[in-house]
Design a protein. Sequence first.
Lengths: 101, 215
Amino acid sequence: VKNVTEISMRTFHPLATRENGRKARARILEKLGQADVVELDFSGEVITPSFADECLGVVVISLGADQFEQRVHLKNLRNQDRVLLEHVVARAQKEKEIRVA
Amino acid sequence: MGLWEAAGMPPPFKGKEHDSGGRFMPVQALIDSARVSFSANHLVRIASQKTSTDDTKQSLWIVFTELLNNCYDHAQKNLGLYGLACAQSWPKANWAQVAIIDSGEGIRETLMGNPGLHSRLREDNACSIATEYGTTGKPLGHSGYGLNLARRLMELNGGNIIVISDHEAFSSSKGQVVVESIGTRWRGTIVVLEWPIRAKLDVGAVYAEWPPIDG
């Protein structure tokens, strides 16, 4: 049985700046150290590319895209933000590969 | 528009002040990075209508937030003044205009932080390069989405964008792109956006056209 924990992204409202992205990322990585799966609830929130980059992009660089997909679940995203985050995740994985090389 | 006052300087002449009537936002000083979202919300209120869709208001908020973030990221922090922002709208003429100005090191200097851009910067206009997808002065950790997002949102909706930094200028208006050198220098960066205020804006359309990432 997987240990699942949830984070309400509203805690970091507004999801606008890199500074807030860093705070959210620290919480996500902390929870990933305690649980198998972290669910991020984006209800009512709008995400900027800078926030996405600083928060989830760096989590992907830390975990790798496969682990991210398995362990970080995104819910209640606006359709536009889902497209943005898919792009940010793919780009971060590419950056991870470049850093390793 | 309160330009001199916002910059903390005495105005050289006494202008006649008009009631904004919700149609313009006098020049505001950007002095606190924690107020990016607040400033973006203020710009959205001036540059949208009550009848604007949520997608339109959210798209404007995202673009303004990205541009305001750039002000704080690139500003000369010892000045205490990161930038200036103002907005106007003309609902009957179906037009809105926002200007965001930073006191930073300028686009060319910022992009020189990315060795992968050095050869292009020797040949091309830095303001034009900065509006392309994925252009960044920090190739690790920063994706460079903001100015491209602003440009494409304007281009897809009948709007204009003007970017000026130091002696270089870029504009895109009605499908026509102009790059040029200008005589009047501003060491930081000036971004002006103009668009039909009744247009339905959607950042999702810009995200959807970004190229897929290989790998």
